[in-house]
Write a protein that binds this ligand. Sequence first.
Ligand SMILES: [Zn+2]
Ligand SMILES: [Zn+2]
Length: 265
Amino acid sequence: MKFSVLASGSTGNAFYIESDETRLLVDAGLSGKQIEGLLEQIGKSARDLDGILITHEHSDHVRGVGVMARRYQLPVFANEKTWEELDKQIGNIMDDQRRFLEIGDVLQLDDLTIETFGTSHDAVQSMGFCFFEDECKVSFTTDLGYVSQKIKETIKGSEAYIFEANHDVEMLRTCSYPWGTKRRILSDVGHLSNESSGEALLDVVEGRGEWIYLAHLSKENNMTELARLTVKNILEEEGWKDGEEFKLMDTSPIQPTRIKEIKRK
Ligand SMILES: [Zn+2]
Ligand SMILES: [Zn+2]
């Protein structure tokens, strides 16, 4: 499998993943033009896409879905509850492009298998995804207030984790957001702090040199260095070293990560 985190953060999210025969976007939370540009930067074309998977209906994940689906006749995969919300936001999607993918479903698209799991977030029914090609596994987990035991079991064994590290709790507490917003972000249906992210990763990473892409960083309440350092310190308590037993990678809201090919060792 090959993938790139095209853009990640509250300003817009899009993730690209491909197997030998299948090319997908997970979320399209930027304008159609921006997404086309990001794909070009990694040497890919939107024309070659086979579909868009939707995690949840927040605008930073679906802003460009309607345009992309209509421009390239792409099927869009979301669960039924999310579709009800999407219909209010993304304009008209032809019936034959509307695909229903519920929590717990396993979707087979040629050689790519997609497993869905529920996440705890203030959306109608948010999901994360595991991707499988042959023995290789990549998991995508962002926009969640906490990581349940079930999620940990589901994503364990991945060669690459795209995983949320949204905020530093101290920065969030002292920032200028209204209290209600802070409370929402900190809640079980909000976003993962750097610390919660590190602790959850400590339970799933096995020290096999897995790639960890820290994603959905808050622009106001986090810093790339701080997120990486916090997660790194937690994982290194295990006696592991960054770059050896695990490999931490940054993501950006405006720049795609270099396309990464993952093979099972
Ligand atoms: Zn989001
Ligand atoms: Zn969200």
